[in-house]
Design a protein around this ligand. Structure first.
Ligand code: MSP
Length: 530
């Protein structure tokens, strides 16, 4: 299979359980992936962004029973909610996979059959501590550590015995250790990687991968009394969506297989073990390349506490929609990206902080800078970008070299996006606008304008400002998806995403000098004070 090339990128969200309703957790994971995907497309990469729903398992079966409908009907209903939520929030996933898709089910069975054939799946008896809510077994050591209660539901763990098919995870202890050693960025952030390494040192045991106590799942290909454990079924989504389990020549596979291995699997920290250990071991057993990086973010808490419906601090779609209708979609995305829990610690969502950040960053920096610059061009040059002699790099004024700062911002923002450090990427982009503000304060174009003999100087100052704002807007657009487009229209610049001149990859579009003298510019007012 051809490996992903330098120009392809593939990013995935976890697939969402259909026994829940969309909330900030789901939307957060999706938004960070979306920003990465949009930036990658803008940079000229061939991008595949995958999301979807996880629909099998005993929880869905029970929830459906309680409502007197079939599990499939329940899954259809809730999967549509997730799909609509992604669309409503302008998430640009290229595909939405459902684990009830026949293509997925067929491929999972084919993969599992391969694992059986290779001897990596065998029939055995299992006894352990079962967490019913989580559908997860714990080892004796772990169960003891947990005080024999579920860390999630707080209900007692039960001693359970099953005849199950097992995946020979123990066989992959050494290969996994070697992979971690050779790929220091395989799991990020670093704190999460260390957790996995710590657990790996305890030694790997084989894991049961089938169940017989319910039927809502994909049957084992060799013994249909067993259904495939929902986690194994779910993990396969990352490659069934690309057709890797289809026979050669299959159109889906031919079209998409080059996107594997994924550049980033973005997940929450509570599902790291499955992604960082079990999934890689399965891929090794199938001789498939491993994802380049499993990125495990932390959690949003709300107003200082764990989100909960009874505390009234739960951030569900209705709450999110209230923020979006008050402050706009850009503000929501900006807060997710700049204040979110991408690092190793949880992040606190606070209404007050949201309000403050919106005004500090979007109103007072992005909006203010764009309106100041466009207003001055309106006032002093009749709304037309002036010819500006000597405005290239090395033309520092008042100690600020805007062309150089712009080039640095592009390079640093791109590098940060590549390594999934989205808040640094955002800071680099908005930092350029702060430089423009400082430049205006230092060069005082409103004073220069009073002296007709200094017209060229005024032209150069304002050209440099406008060009820097244009470049910053390109870097910001993957986050600020609505207003940066509006800005492009107002300054009638050909933008990377088509604002007039067809597609130019970011590295070209963001080159100094892209803004041509003679271009008409309208004064903009992007972000209103709330
Ligand atoms: N179905 C599994 C994933 C299978 S992937 C092969 C699952 N689904 S989930 O719907 O429960 O969770 C989806 C994601 O939402 C997880 O990555 C989880 O970490 C994230 N979040 C849920 N609550 C969250 C917060 N409060 N904050 C941030 N993200 C959290 O797990």
């Amino acid at each position: 299979m051809p490996a992903a090339t330098d120009t392809t990128r593939c990013i995935t969200t976890p697939i969402f359980y259909v026994n829940d309703r969309p909330h900030i957790g789901h939307l957060y994971t999706s938004t960070v992936c979306d920003v990465y995907a949009r930036f990658a497309r803008l940079s000229g990469h061939e991008m595949f962004f995958l999301s979807g729903t996880d629909e099998h398992g005993v929880k869905v079966e029970k929830a459906a029973q309680a409502r007197g409908i079939t599990p499939k009907a329940l899954a259809d209903e809730n999967s549509a909610e997730f799909r609509n939520a992604l669309a409503d929030f302008a998430i640009t996933n290229d595909h939405f996979i459902r684990t009830t898709d026949p293509e997925h089910e067929r491929q999972v069975q084919a993969f599992v059959a391969q694992l059986v054939k290779r001897g990596d799946i065998y029939l055995g008896e299992f006894e352990g501590w079962y967490d019913e809510g989580q559908e997860e077994y714990h080892t004796e050591t772990k169960a003891k550590e947990l005080g024999y209660v579920s860390p999630v539901s707080k209900k007692p763990l039960t001693r359970a015995k099953e005849n199950n098919f097992y995946f020979r995870l123990s066989r992959f202890q050494k290969p996994l250790e070697a992979h971690f050693a050779a790929n220091p960025k395989f799991v990020l952030p670093e704190a999460r990687r260390n957790e996995v390494l710590g657990r790996l040192r305890d030694g790997l045991q084989d894991v049961p991968i089938s169940r017989t106590n319910f039927t809502w799942g994909i049957p084992m290909p060799n013994d249909p009394k067993h259904v495939i454990y929902v986690w194994i079924d779910a993990l396969f989504n990352y490659i069934t969506a690309l057709g890797l389990g289809e026979p050669p020549g299959n159109p889906l596979r031919e079209q998409l297989q080059h996107f594997w291995p994924a550049t980033y699997h973005v997940i929450g920290k509570e599902i790291l073990w499955f992604h960082a250990v079990i999934w890689p071991a399965i891929l090794m057993a199938l001789d498939l390349p491993l994802p380049r990086c499993v990125y495990a973010h932390s959690f949003w808490i709300s107003e200082g506490q764990k989100m909960s419906k009874s505390l009234g601090n739960f951030i569900d779609l209705a709450a999110i929609n209230r923020y979006v209708s008050t402050y706009g979609l850009d503000a929501w995305r900006w807060y997710m990206i700049t204040q979110g829990p991408l690092g190793a610690t949880d992040a606190n969502f606070s209404a007050q902080h949201f309000h403050e950040m919106y005004h500090a960053d979007l109103v007072n920096t992005v909006g203010n800078c764009a309106s100041r610059v466009t207003a001055m061009i309106g006032k002093y040059f009749d709304g037309v970008i002036p010819l500006a002699p000597g405005s290239a790099e090395g033309s520092a004024r008042a100690g600020i070299d805007l062309p150089k700062s712009a080039a640095q911002a592009v390079a640093r923002c791109t590098a940060a996006m590549d390594s999934f450090d989205l808040s640094t990427a955002a800071a680099e982009a908005i930092g350029l606008l702060r430089k423009v503000d400082a430049f205006i304060n230092a060069t005082e174009p409103f004073k220069v304008a009073k002296d007709p003999a200094r017209k060229d100087e005024l032209a150069t100052i304002l050209y440099q400002c406008a060009e820097s704002v244009r470049i910053a807007s390109l870097l910001l657009e993957p986050i600020l998806i609505t207003k940066m487009q509006e800005f492009w229209c107002a300054v009638s610049v050909p933008s990377a995403s088509g604002g007039g001149g067809g597609f130019l990859p970011l590295a070209e579009a963001a080159k100094w000098g892209g803004l041509k003298p003679g271009t008409k510019v309208q004064k903009v007012a992007l972000y209103p004070r709330i």
